[in-house]
Design a protein around this ligand. Structure first.
Ligand code: SAM
Length: 238
């Protein structure tokens, strides 16, 4: 038997109504009917068992049965900053980063970035994060933000304990990736990479340069590789 389908809602009470996008998914795609069990998520990290009590045009009403524990959220607070990529590559990074357990994703534009962002694309990235969170059984959806420039992205890194900057022109990493850290901010460039000057600004903002080896990785590979190593070092891939 497959696990109950998962739905993110704003607030969970005794009765919850699914409308809009979540209704369409529940009704049109999953064809849920009265008596089907689902899991509700309110983004707080809690999960709730609920049962479909009524289906009408545009709405599905659920009756909440109770809270159940969730232990799928990572303890480490990881923020991934990634340069805006061409085509659907940013979506790929958002999907994989969500599965690997990031808490927050910041997409930024920088000197050698050749892609552009708009409201629709940002909404699409948020939907990708939500779908990935459901699929991998997370109980929180990572926040997805856009920074119009490199300095905005650097400012957003304030407060993170470990800050790692994937720098393609470094011969070797300036330090080991710290293990069991409570919070990490990771920065990876777009297809065009970083300028020397951006690296200097990142260092001024507290980042340490890391190398991902002698080969130049595609930006999406670099983001997923660095995040995987950090999650491993943070003890999240056991
Ligand atoms: N255009 C750049 C060049 O020709 O050297 C390559 C940029 S690379 C496709 C995109 C991003 O992935 C880089 O800015 C960096 O953050 C990361 N990256 C790729 N390979 C890397 C490596 N070997 N070490 C560290 N970071 C790497």
């Amino acid at each position: 038997m497959s696990a109950p389908k998962r739905f993110f809602v704003k607030k969970v009470g005794d009765e919850v109504v699914l409308a809009g996008e979540e209704y369409r998914h529940a009704h049109t795609v999953l064809r849920l009917g009265v008596g089907d069990e689902v899991t509700l998520l309110d983004g707080s990290g809690k999960e709730y068992a609920a049962i479909v009590s009524a289906v009408s045009k545009g709405n599905i009403t659920l009756h909440t049965l109770g809270e159940r524990p969730s232990d799928r959220e990572p303890r480490a607070d990881v923020f991934l900053l990634v340069g805006l990529l061409k085509g659907d590559k940013t979506e790929l990074v958002v999907q994989k980063a969500t599965e690997l357990g990031v808490n927050r994703i910041g997409v930024f534009s920088s000197e050698y970035c050749a892609a552009y962002m708009n409201e629709n694309k940002l909404e699409r990235l948020r939907r990708v994060a939500k779908e990935a969170a459901k699929q991998c059984l997370r109980s929180r959806v990572p926040e997805v933000e856009y920074f119009e420039n490199f300095d905005g992205a650097m400012s957003a890194s304030a407060g993170y304990v470990h800050k790692l900057f994937a720098c393609e022109f470094l011969e070797k990493s300036e330090a080991e990736i710290p293990d069991m850290g409570a919070s990490y901010c990771l920065a990876v460039g777009s297809e065009g990479g970083f300028t020397e000057e951006e690296f200097a600004r990142a260092k001024a903002a507290g980042f340490t340069g890391v190398s991902l080896g002698k080969r130049i990785l595609r930006a999406e590979t670099a983001a997923i590789a660095l995040l995987s190593v950090v999650m491993y070092r943070a003890g999240e891939l056991k």
